[in-house]
Write a protein that binds this ligand. Structure first.
Ligand code: HEC
Length: 154
């Protein structure tokens, strides 16, 4: 097979598997649910990468700042993630997201502050400080999940 044909064969394969991955991810049709879960998954991916670096000894310490910033950037694209009507569908959001909207918003702001503290710390070489700010971020995610996300969800 020549190079161009090979490239197309590989491309065709990856398009097929991307379509399968999308088909498998969820049958949810509410755009707000699909969108916000996608953004949370992006944040979750960066948290996992940071955990590998900060807690399991992965050597990519120069990427800590990237992951922290990318997480904040992802959340900036959350937009109005929980408009009324976006409780209709397969969501793990609890009803109090809508009934205690002020408290929910406060938890979001706390997470934003924790992320900014991690970004700032990651501009230094102080690993102890970075780790403590990372713990702060993890706590801010958990605080909100404990209160506003259904138990047993991933
Ligand atoms: C202000 C509240 C709040 C904060 C802060 C928050 N989350 Fe969430 N998170 C939620 C809610 C609510 C859901 C459920 C969304 C749904 O199912 O519609 C969720 C869902 C998720 C999911 C599952 C997405 C899926 O596929 O269903 C992941 C992963 C996640 N959050 C990661 C994080 C991480 C990492 C952080 C911290 C950096 C964080 N969250 C901070 C409220 C929050």
């Amino acid at each position: 097979m020549n190079v161009i044909l090979k490239t197309f064969a590989v491309l065709a394969l990856s398009v097929a598997s991307a379509a399968t991955a999308i088909a498998h991810s969820s049958n949810e049709k509410n755009p707000y649910i699909v969108h916000r879960q996608g953004i949370y998954q992006v944040a979750g991916g960066h948290i996992n990468a940071l955990k590998a670096i900060l807690m399991l000894g992965h050597p990519a310490t120069t990427d800590i700042n990237y992951h922290a910033k990318a997480m904040l950037e992802a959340f900036k694209h959350h937009g109005n993630a929980f408009p009324s009507g976006s409780d209709k569908g397969k969501t793990h959001a609890k009803q109090n997201v809508w009934t205690d909207a002020e408290d929910f918003k406060q938890h979001g702001q706390d997470a934003g502050k924790a992320l900014m503290a991690l970004i700032k710390a990651s501009e230094s070489d102080d690993m102890k400080l970075i780790k403590s700010k990372f713990a702060g971020v993890g706590k801010s995610c958990k605080n909100c999940h404990d209160e506003f996300r259904k138990k047993g969800s991933h």
